[in-house]
Write a protein that binds this ligand. Structure first.
Ligand code: ADP
Ligand code: ADP
Length: 227
């Protein structure tokens, strides 16, 4: 059952004062429900563009983009997104930041506050719930940003180089935690990274993009005999 469906996708950026950029050309792939797919490729190959289109944050130029059978035209509540850097609101505590998606969607506050605390503890942020973002390191803020994307248990999780700014130790720890969360939740994940080893460690399949314009070079199934 394909949960995410992309076909014949083209993206042109058309800046007012310069030549258009052909960012994505004829991108097509599907992601099954519960599958973990990574997207890798060199800088400028359109990884972020692809993820933003999947998230409904920017429009496609041509083609089909569907999540759970629906055309993606704007951000949808079933999707959580993690950006390259944590975009926490400075005037809200860590816990209040993590709660935002649950509040916006009018979900049960008490239940989701419990879930938020559990997630923060899972990423080593026990005791930081009531601190403000500026009181935490960049890596800690990024981990809080990941909790925020997970708090409403979205069916689809889109992650754009979420661990790129973390040190190697924290990054490995986060990789393991992410696999645990994914196994528990049955989420469908699309994970953008420039690290092939990270992609191979995490995913069921790796979509490899080549640049100018971004197109699919190959789609590699990974079978590491994971437990
Ligand atoms: P990646 O994430 O793989 O580094 P991007 O999706 O950021 O690649 O960029 C793909 C191409 O689109 C690049 O050539 C980039 O310069 C161009 N691009 C990205 N964002 C914009 C934008 N807002 N306006 C114009 N061109 C853009
Ligand atoms: P803020 O001032 O940051 O907008 P509030 O002071 O209204 O938020 O609430 C503080 C925290 O209490 C928020 O994180 C919010 O999730 C939570 N909250 C808001 N309403 C309720 C409620 N009815 N029951 C329990 N917790 C709530």
């Amino acid at each position: 059952e394909s949960w995410i469906e992309v076909g014949g996708l083209q993206k042109f950026y058309r800046p007012r004062r310069s030549e258009p950029t052909h960012a994505l050309s004829d991108i097509g792939f599907t992601v099954r429900r519960g599958e973990f797919v990574s997207v890798v490729g060199p800088s400028g190959c359109g990884k972020t563009t692809l993820l933003k289109i999947l998230a409904g944050l920017i429009p496609k130029s041509e083609g089909v983009v569907r999540i759970s059978g629906r055309d993606v035209r704007k951000p949808i509540p079933e999707v959580g997104m993690v950006f390259q850097s944590a975009t926490l609101l400075p005037w809200r505590t860590i816990l209040q930041n993590v709660m935002i998606p649950a509040e916006v969607q009018g979900l049960n506050i008490a239940t989701h506050r419990r879930r938020a605390r559990e997630l923060l503890s899972m990423v080593g942020l026990d005791g930081f719930e009531d601190k403000y973002p500026h009181e935490l390191s960049g890596g800690m803020q990024q981990r809080a940003g990941i909790c925020r994307a997970l708090v409403h248990d979205p069916a689809v999780l889109l992650m754009d180089e979420p661990f790129g700014a973390l040190d190697a130790m924290t990054r490995e720890h986060m990789n393991v935690e992410l696999l645990r969360i994914w196994r528990e939740s049955g989420q469908t994940i699309v994970f953008v990274t420039h690290s092939i080893s990270e992609a191979v460690f995490l995913s069921d399949r790796v979509v490899v993009l080549s640049p100018r314009p971004g197109r699919i070079a190959e789609i590699v199934p990974i079978d590491l005999g994971r437990p």
